[in-house]
Design a protein around this ligand. Sequence first.
Ligand SMILES: [Ca+2]
Ligand SMILES: [Ca+2]
Length: 421
Amino acid sequence: MSKLKSLFAFLGVTMLAVAACDVPTTPTPDTPTATAVIPTAPPVATATPTEDGEEPVPSATSNPVISLPDPSGYTWTAFVSGLERPVDLTYAPDGSAYLFVVEQPGLIRVIENGRVLSEPYLDIRDRVGSSGNEQGLLGLAFHPNYAENGYFYVNYTDKNGDTHIARFQVTADPLTADPGSEKQLLFVGQPYGNHNGGGIAFGPDGYLYFGLGDGGSAGDPEGRAQSLDTYLGKLMRIDVDNGDPYAVPADNPFVNGGGLAEIWAFGLRNPWRFSFDTATGDLYIGDVGQNQWEEIDAAPGNPGGLNYGWKYYEATHAYEGSPPADLNAVMPVAEYDHSQGCSITGGYVYRGSALPAFNGVYLYGDYCSGSVWGLLQQANGEWQDQLLFASGAQIASFGVDQAGEIYLLDLNGDILKLVSR
Ligand SMILES: [Ca+2]
Ligand SMILES: [Ca+2]
């Protein structure tokens, strides 16, 4: 996580790229053991591996992959192109093979068999404002029971720059949603044009999560990220299946007071992208940094009420103010400085089937440098973090399809898919 370690990681990749033809994936030298990460499995009596040649049986939450793969065997290949500022990609959990891509000016487009359909799924350019680089239609999440209710949820900024969390519904035509079906869940005024967050996703608990930045400007001038009286600089968690327009889950951290009831996590600067590991439910957040440091936060088990430290800390580094003694800030599991990029783009833990060497690996990138890193927790709890790819893209987001395969979105209009060579 230090510059030094990042440098070693980069050198390692470079050397592999130069030297590797048939070099098998090897554990990194500082990985102490080759035992599998099985956090919730019953304790093993000894550390001795089975000697009868049997494969260890991974539990549902284990990572059979114990070391990051040799990236030279994989590449980001062109998937679709010609989009206008694509910023989010997801699928409808209804068994269809369609992919849905969000275009920042206010469209959702459908991808069928690697082809972008000409008719948009949703067009709300009439109410979306995207004059600023960080404004627009920013995030999309389909309801887990979309096949039955046709609901999906978006995170967007309007013509005044203010945030809306809203629900829409599909029409009788599965490829067309109704722009007139908008139901507003939450309106949040924005004091500045930037740092609007934008991510929105259902958690493994069936609740809807969405992230908002600290409001903007620079250095969180009004201290919003640490204030529990504003949605800015937070991750929220709501129950869209009860209440009108929603209910607050009874186990939200501030449901009985102390802060806004919808808040799930705080101390965030601009959590542009976050995701849940579909196998473990663990939460990962890419929180964009201020002057020097970009960070990935991870919350195994996704507990509520975590404080990610901004603006006392920019990643692991003191930023401004004296933290109170009881701060208990959660430090990132990975960080890099601005010699390696400028704005972090959180990604996904790979759980597809085409690339088994990536199973359990969290992939994330940088908007400016196009670098893609892999992050993997080791048996001893340490995180292996390594630069894997130079994508050449302006990475606005990552996305996964229903099969768990992973894509990256280039803000210039392209979507790339990770494949083996
Ligand atoms: Ca803002
Ligand atoms: Ca932080």
